[in-house]
Write a protein that binds this ligand. Structure first.
Ligand code: PHE
Length: 332
């Protein structure tokens, strides 16, 4: 069966840019997933990203127990997109989403933030994370970072026998909005950090700065992928020196089979669909169910319980955690 419910690929009427919306599934409820603004060698690469990322959102919603399916928006932008071009692109995203009649709602993702959601909101109501001053739940990155830290605690308890993160070493690959906040939430831990953007070099005082290649191979307890996906490949896995991998980047594996390579090397990989759910858990709780923010944070922290149960189930059956995650998502 063709795996996508609906794809919308169009030239944005206001921006002229490729506007891609992929709805993977609405079986559990309306699809949700962020809006990525990025440059690609070809618009078809943006389409491939939207397809992969929307399917991952379906698993993410199912594993977080949310009554939603997966979708994703990709705007294929030139590297030098002007401020006016950005406004036009966000308006095009809003128009396109509005035509889908509520089957899909978007939120922030790599390359976009609350001010972009405000622009999308000028064309549709189906948008999360507008600024709090405009009635939205604001930036989703603090919740995503908090969910990741809850996951790291559960992972460390499972793997090292204690949830105390200050006793562990971490390598954070990517200091974007989420990665930088995770680094700040790990006081006392030994930290190695990196970003493709050299200007982030002194962002985290006390952390050891290194190149992304070296960061990936750092000799630490836990590698935390917090930037773009696809970093765990058959070529990268043999060179890893970490004991475990857990981070908020979406689609960290280049292909599902790479989970087995990690497992065979004895490296514990926490599925990103579980680790990265803080943003959607928080935004849907606050905006759709009017949960007070403090309570929403408790829901985000439950990611630790979800991951702990998943890791124990995988260990019991002697299989990669990714397999349990897949099975759970498919059966829920
Ligand atoms: N970037 C978020 C994710 O990948 C998407 C999102 C956040 C969607 C908040 C809706 C609300 O999970």
């Amino acid at each position: 069966m063709f795996p996508y419910e609906r794809l919308s690929v169009r030239r944005g009427p206001e921006s002229g840019l490729p506007i891609i919306v992929a709805i993977h599934s609405t079986a559990r409820g309306p699809a949700i997933g962020g809006c990525r603004l990025a440059s690609y060698p070809d618009w078809r690469d943006g389409l491939a990203d939207a397809l992969r990322l929307s399917a991952a959102m379906t698993d993410k919603c199912a594993l977080a127990g949310l009554p939603h399916g997966g979708g994703k928006t990709v705007v294929v932008a030139p590297p030098d997109l002007s401020p006016a071009g950005r406004v036009a692109a966000m308006h095009d995203v809003g128009t396109t989403i509005d035509e889908l009649g509520g089957a899909y709602a978007t939120g922030p993702d790599v390359g976009t933030g609350p001010s972009d959601m405000l622009l999308i909101g000028e064309r549709t109501d189906h948008v999360f994370c507008r600024p709090e001053s405009a009635g939205g739940s604001g930036d989703s990155s603090p919740a995503t970072a908090a969910g990741t830290v809850a996951a790291l605690r559960a992972l460390c308890e499972f793997r090292f026998g204690s949830p105390d993160l200050s006793r562990r070493s971490f390598a954070i690959l990517g200091l974007g909005r989420v990665g930088a906040q995770i680094a700040r939430l790990l006081p006392g831990s030994h930290l190695v950090v990196s970003d493709i953007d050299e200007s982030k070099r002194s962002l985290i005082p006390g952390a050891e700065w290194t190149s992304p290649e070296k960061c990936l191979q750092a000799d630490v307890d836990v590698l935390v992928p917090a930037a773009l996906g696809g970093v765990l490949t058959p070529a990268a896995v043999p060179a890893l020196r970490c004991t475990a991998v857990a981070g908020p980047a979406n689609n960290q594996l280049d292909a599902p089979a790479t989970a087995k390579l990690l497992h065979d090397r004895g490296i514990l990989w926490a599925p990103d669909a579980v680790v990265s759910a803080g943003g959607i858990i928080h935004a849907t709780a606050v905006e759709l169910r009017h949960v007070p923010p403090a309570e929403a944070l408790t829901l985000v922290e439950a990611i630790g319980d979800t991951l702990g149960a998943l890791l124990r189930a995988a260990a019991k059956d002697g299989i990669p955690p990714a397999e349990v995650a897949h099975r759970t998502a498919a059966n829920s």
